[in-house]
Design a protein around this ligand. Structure first.
Ligand code: F6R
Length: 600
């Protein structure tokens, strides 16, 4: 989603803004812009498309003092130059992440007062609301406090007010914002990567905070009271945020998965088993809901099925944007598990807040340690997949399903459902899993299948049970990065209508890893083959099928069902990656997508 950066300090401001914007590119955006001070006046430059387009026009600028930068993911108004940020109206210049929900009401009121608007954005209206509030106040701080009571929705704002060219202002509500602390000044940013070339020290702003930044100091207020904030230090390896010789971040992140799984397994099952007790005792709850979005929701479905199958405890799994608006039956005996890579997904965060309001215990399985979700949950399990840059998740998904698998294993143990021999065997299997993952990545996918898929505009993924959840993930990966329309179907459901779409050569990718229901899925595969489909089978080495049901197949090692999902995930990721590459797609930053979905 949108990314923002602001700087006030002694260094030339434009290179800092451009570097910051480049490090936020992974979030997904469709236009970029900066505002900077020249002779006490605000200058704005904006371009549609990549930050590089913008850079061409402004990298020579030597402005100092302060400025704002933004990458915009269009919400209100198309992606054009006028709607790009920074927005400016009536002496107030803003970059904005989030959505002002009551902007139409304010736009109407302000039009009646004589204000005029150039863009279709909610942000330009926010500029005018703030300007009007400042006019009615004795200080800018007071004006911003009034605006806080007037603007509804979510915002992280970086603000320049013409009448105060010595300060940069920032305010936050429901959208992440940090202050970077540099030796030569201060930064504001929506995400840590944007500040890292200048500093690894930062402060996290909370909802309701207003920050006033000068070259020498930052003062933060909340409801009129000055706040004291700890300075935090970012200690992760910064070189994680490079491609490390790979052509794309996504390919690099696929490659990192065996090491991530190895480190999680050693953390929970290694000699120290230091984190085993961090996995909650699910047997203590009468109701368990898993809530997430996108791939994290697919991980949740896999978690639900593993916990139900191994630990015999019922679990419901919901899409967060639906969960928020449905009746809940939560109380203090309920556990709500939210899963999120970014820890900032608006619907997942809102579901977590709702669960807390209803007295449920909350557990977050999250990748970004300092994220809003990690800070709000009662308990946190970090997936520790490292910084994920490619918009399409791979390694964070792998880490999520590994944690959920360990959680199912622990619960089955607690329920006394596994013999000592089974426990020892499963523990051994977890330890050999990284090697198998590596072998699977090395094996890759058949180029003939890649070439066939790359020429098509429609495809299907089929599977049953956990293989269906994986089919959903495989289809999502293919759609988002290769732009091939792909539907995932529970294999038995296709004939209830959708099979009418199968034509000669329609690609059908079918996942079959569970021997108990394999023959049922194969019957479904025969049904589509009879209608001319091109079948690609992803199957385990234990299962042997007549060659007349498929055109090509990929064989995976057959593992305990607790571990099978991790291995099966690899070819789905590689297939999407190779097909997208064959189609010359922008793999790390697919069109229209954002890494951190901070709007509802
Ligand atoms: C797909 C993908 C998305 C995210 C979803 C949730 O590859 O990455 O579907 O899984 O937007 O994001 P997080 O996990 O950050 O809550």
């Amino acid at each position: 989603m949108c990314g923002m950066i602001g700087y006030i300090g002694k260094k030339p401001v434009v290179p800092i803004l451009l570097k910051g914007l480049q490090s936020l590119e992974y979030r997904g955006y469709d236009s970029a812009g900066i505002a900077y001070m020249k002779d006490q006046n605000v200058q704005i430059m904006k371009e549609v498309g990549k930050v590089n387009n913008l850079k061409k026009h402004c990298q020579h600028l030597t402005a100092t003092k302060m400025g704002l930068g933004h990458t915009r993911w269009a919400t209100h108004g198309v992606a054009n130059q006028v709607n790009a940020h920074p927005q400016r109206n009536s002496g107030v210049t803003i970059v904005h992440n989030g959505i002002i929900e009551n902007y139409e009401l304010w736009k109407q009121k302000l039009l009646e007062k004589g204000y005029q608007f150039q863009s279709d954005t909610d942000t330009e209206v926010a500029c005018a609301v703030i300007s009007e509030a400042i006019k009615q106040s004795s200080t800018i701080l007071e004006g911003l406090e009034i605006a806080q009571t007037q603007l509804e929705g979510s915002y992280a704002f970086g603000i320049i007010v013409d009448q105060d060219p010595n300060h940069l202002y920032a305010m936050k509500q429901n959208s992440p914002l940090i202050v970077g602390v540099c030796p030569d000044g201060y930064l504001i940013a929506s995400d840590i990567p944007a500040v890292l070339t200048n500093t690894n020290e930062y402060q996290i702003l909370e909802d309701g905070d207003i920050a006033i930044l000068s070259e020498q100091r930052v003062t933060i207020y909340n409801q009129g009271i000055e706040q004291t904030k700890n300075i935090q230090t970012f200690t992760e390896e910064i070189d994680q945020v490079t491609k490390d010789g790979y052509e794309h971040y996504m390919r690099k992140e696929i490659q990192e998965q065996p090491a991530i799984v190895a480190s999680l397994v050693s953390e929970y099952l290694g000699d120290q088993q230091s984190h085993w007790s961090d996995l909650p005792d699910l047997t203590a709850y009468q109701k368990i809901d898993i809530v997430a979005c996108g791939s994290a929701w697919h991980a949740g479905m896999i978690g639900k099925m593993l916990i139900e199958r191994y630990a015999k405890i019922p679990v419901q799994c919901y899409i967060a944007s639906e969960y928020r608006y449905q009746p809940h039956f939560l109380d203090s005996n309920s556990l709500v598990i939210v899963i999120s890579q970014s820890g900032e997904t608006a619907d997942t965060l809102a579901s977590l807040t709702l669960a807390k309001q209803q007295q449920a215990k909350t557990l977050a399985i999250v990748n970004v340690a300092r994220s809003s979700i990690a800070r709000a949950a009662d308990q946190v399990i970090l997936t520790k997949a490292g910084c994920e840059i490619a918009v399409a998740t791979t390694k964070a998904f792998m880490a999520q399903i590994t944690i959920l698998s360990l959680l199912a294993f622990k619960t089955a143990k607690l329920q006394g459902l596994l013999s000592e021999k089974e426990i020892r065997q499963i523990e051994e299997d977890y330890k050999t899993l990284p090697l198998l993952l590596e072998a699977c990545i090395y094996q890759g996918v058949d180029q003939a299948v890649v070439k066939h898929l790359a020429t098509k505009e429609h495809a299907f993924y089929l599977g049953r049970q956990i293989d269906y959840a994986l089919a959903l993930e495989g289809a999502l990966k293919l759609k988002e990065i290769s732009y091939i329309h792909c539907e995932a179907y529970a294999a038995g459901e296709l004939k209830h209508g959708t099979i009418s779409l199968i034509e000669q050569e329609t690609p059908v990718i079918c996942i079959v890893t569970d021997p108990a229901i394999a023959s049922k899925t194969i019957s479904n595969l025969k049904e589509v083959k009879a209608r001319g489909s091109y079948n690609f089978l992803i199957v385990t080495d234990q299962l042997n099928f007549e060659s007349d049901v498929y055109q090509d197949k990929l064989i995976l090692p057959s593992l305990n069902p607790l571990l099978q999902p991790m291995i099966t995930t690899i070819p789905l990721q590689l297939l999407a990656y190779q097909v997208a590459k064959e189609r010359f797609c922008d793999i790390d930053q697919p069109r229209n997508l954002a890494k951190s979905v901070t709007v509802e």
